[in-house]
Design a protein around this ligand. Structure first.
Ligand code: ZN
Length: 192
């Protein structure tokens, strides 16, 4: 249903992510919204005259924009970094456009852990937006270890019946843990 809602646009550098056959359709749709900057972030609401707190819900240290939420924010960047380390990647995180492009190139890979990267990324984008809403509207807190377990669980569920993904999952252990990165940050974070 979600994919059928996606309009056809000219080729974009993240096309392989939103057309990926295995990523959950709801997460692909969320990624599509983020890639086209369609989220009702504080900067967009400000432009149409809606008064909302402008600061990022995670770090309270910058205006909330798509670029900030998904690439510049110290909190979400730490979680993306941890997720990549969990998958065996050690790399410098770029801006939002760069990350979309990099993940898009990983989608085309069929060997090792590459097939998992785009699924983790799409899941991460979806849970970041969900947790942002919880913090903003329900005074929620960010449970980083819980999110790590959720992403790991989702990956294993999506791997059911897919031998290449199951083989890739044998290459990683545990869950993405952001404990080391988060504890020193001044954010509303709960580490269990
Ligand atoms: Zn932030």
């Amino acid at each position: 249903m979600y994919v059928s809602l996606l309009p056809i646009y000219k080729k974009v550098p993240w096309k392989s992510i939103v057309l990926h056959p295995i990523i959950h359709p709801r997460f692909k749709f969320t990624c599509w919204l983020a890639a086209w900057q369609r989220f009702a972030t504080a900067d967009r609401l400000l432009k149409v005259g809606v008064q909302v707190p402008l600061e990022c819900s995670f770090c309270n240290n910058a205006m909330e924009t798509v670029e900030h939420l998904f690439s510049d924010c110290s909190v979400t960047k730490a979680f993306w970094t941890r997720s990549l380390i969990w998958l065996g990647y050690s790399r410098r995180i770029g801006d939002w456009k760069n990350e979309l492009q990099w993940v898009n190139t990983q989608v085309k890979g069929t060997s090792g852990k590459r097939p998992l990267v785009s699924c983790v990324f799409a899941t991460l984008v979806a849970v970041i937006w969900r947790e942002r809403n919880k913090i903003r509207f329900e005074q929620g807190q960010l449970h980083v270890d819980k999110l790590g377990r959720e992403i790991s669980y989702h990956l294993h569920v999506r791997a059911q019946g897919r031998p290449s993904w199951k083989a890739a999952l044998t290459l990683i252990d545990g869950v993405p843990s952001s404990r080391a990165d988060i504890v020193h940050l001044n954010v509303k974070v709960v580490i269990e």
